[in-house]
Ligand binder design. Structure first.
Ligand code: DI6
Ligand code: FE
Length: 392
């Protein structure tokens, strides 16, 4: 006997093993999908009236815990300054760092809650949030505690990523700061159980592949999976290195080349595309989507919601941009914000598709087909969101 059966569901399970799309049933027991497709006996029945059912959406890359804003910087960029110029002259990430250092944990939570709720309203049921605006141990811990607090307060799954290696704090050398990240901050974060994964910004204005190697070795000792910001603004080989190191994902990839794609193809690493940042920074170099597709590399899409490069509070708009700007097909984009997003954030076996045994996180839409999710730009909301089989 199953707990609940949802009948008359137009199912799009996003499970490569299941080729059904049509009206059927969906059973949930103990918060997990217990049958997909067929009608089974259950204690309770819910009629979904033929509405479209998709997995809960997954936003696998955000920096939505932050204080202050960077609207003035955006205005400057509109008159010609580049992101890199602004970062080098002390603006950029470092101005957000100052604002975050001045804020309390409670203030950070209060600021982040409405941002997360905006995503949840769109159907997001799993959300990753990075630290990285502290750049010292106390503030990084404060950010990570704020993320844990959001996980407790919100009805969805929130995962925390330690991104101490996001930028080099003023007055420090890269080498000295990296010592601190690897020897002090990462072990303390792991000890406190405040992170589910570790990330690093491999970039000309950030860290090198040598830093990535060191961080990855320490993260592996501590049992924390790796994610990598790579090839967003420059070609450094961070993607190939991340793939070789078994990272869950390499993210951005505008400057990834054939070697990077080949390394991804030989790994289980997911390519996370962040078209919001590309759009917002008015970049012109596109990630090698056709090569990734040919190499069968799984592509995810995320909002990268952050105050500097992607103040984009919408995963669906991000998916839309991934189609129009990067050339994803509509169904690739839908997979990118469900199954592949889940894999990128380390939930590949528990979320992201409608299949027996997975967490019963799903969304119900008054739309004719999944293609509609990347058709209208903005203003799309599910009529109902379920997490572990319960309506939000
Ligand atoms: N890449 C990005 O796009 C963001 N962080 C990163 O590593 C930008 C963060 C910011 O500008 O505040
Ligand atoms: Fe990012």
């Amino acid at each position: 006997m199953h707990d609940v059966i949802f009948e008359n569901a137009r199912l799009y399970p996003m499970d490569p093993g299941v080729q059904l799309s049509g009206v059927g049933c969906l059973a949930v027991t103990d918060g997990r999908f217990s049958a997909v497709g067929e009608d089974v006996p259950a204690s309770r029945r819910v009629d979904l009236d033929g509405r479209m059912v998709l997995p809960g959406l997954v936003d696998c890359h955000t920096h939505l815990v932050f204080a202050g804003d960077r609207a003035a910087e955006h205005a400057l960029r509109l008159t010609g300054a580049s992101y890199e110029e602004i970062a080098r002259s002390g603006g950029g990430i470092l101005s957000t760092v100052e604002a975050v250092r001045r804020s309390s944990e409670e203030e950070l939570v209060e600021l982040a809650l409405p941002r997360a709720r905006t995503l949840i309203r769109e159907g997001v049921t799993a959300l990753e949030i990075k630290s990285g605006y502290g750049l010292d141990l106390a503030t990084e811990l404060k950010m990570l505690r704020a993320i844990r607090r959001l996980d407790e307060m919100l009805p969805i799954r929130v995962r925390a990523t330690f991104l101490g290696a996001h930028a080099i704090p003023p007055g420090r050398t890269r080498a000295r700061y990296m010592d601190e990240v690897v020897e002090e901050m990462l072990p303390a974060v792991a000890d406190a159980g405040l992170a589910d994964s570790v990330d690093i910004f491999v970039e000309r204005i950030g860290f090198g592949v040598d830093d990535l190697d060191r961080l990855a070795a320490r993260a592996a000792e501590l049992g924390l999976p790796l994610r990598v910001h790579a090839e967003q603004l420059s070609s450094m080989g961070g993607t190939a290195a991340g793939a070789r190191l078994g990272a869950l994902s390499c993210d951005h990839l505008e400057y990834a080349d054939e070697r990077d794609v080949a390394a991804l193809a030989e790994s289980d690493t997911v390519a996370v595309l962040l078209p919001g940042a590309f759009y917002f920074l008015r970049e012109t170099r596109r990630p090698p989507v056709e090569a990734l597709r040919r190499a069968d590399v799984r592509m995810a899409v995320a909002s990268d919601f952050n105050p500097g490069s992607s103040p984009v509070a919408s995963l669906l708009i991000s998916a839309h941009l991934a189609c129009t700007l990067f050339g994803l097909t509509a169904m690739e984009a839908v997979q990118a914000i469900t199954r592949h997003g889940a894999a990128a954030m380390g939930l590949g076996h528990s979320a992201g598709c409608i299949a027996p045994g997975r967490s019963a996180d799903f969304t119900v839409w008054d739309l004719p087909s999944p293609e509609h999710l990347v058709y209208q730009l903005g203003g799309l909301y599910p009529v109902q969101v379920y997490v572990e089989g319960e309506p939000l």
